[in-house]
Design a protein. Structure first.
Length: 103
């Protein structure tokens, strides 16, 4: 019986390869281990398009940089997306690389 591939959406997956190869090396290794599809996560994708959402440095996605209405609205959208994904059974994984951000 053929298994459906596991769909992993990662942020970032491959987009930061030139500055930090860790993520792309990780996801290439994961993809070669079995029936897995890894793609770059964008919040424009629908929550049910992935089985697992793997976030690196989520503070950039969920904490507003300012109190400007547009910044706050963007972060509210991200929180709504994440809560919707959880409600639909998407597993959310957060990798903590450092205790405090440094970039």
């Amino acid at each position: 019986m053929k298994r459906e591939p596991l769909r992993i959406a990662a942020r970032p997956a491959f987009s930061n390869e030139s500055t930090n190869p860790y993520n792309s090396l990780l996801y290439r290794a994961v993809s070669s281990a079995g029936p897995v599809v890894v793609r770059e996560h964008k919040y424009s994708m629908l929550p049910w398009e992935c089985d697992i959402l793997h976030l690196h440095w989520p503070e950039f996605d969920v904490v507003p940089r300012s109190l400007r209405p547009l910044d706050v609205l963007k972060k509210l959208f991200v929180w709504t997306w994440l809560l919707s994904a959880r409600a639909m059974g998407v597993k959310i994984v957060w990798t903590a690389h450092n205790t405090f951000g440094h970039d």
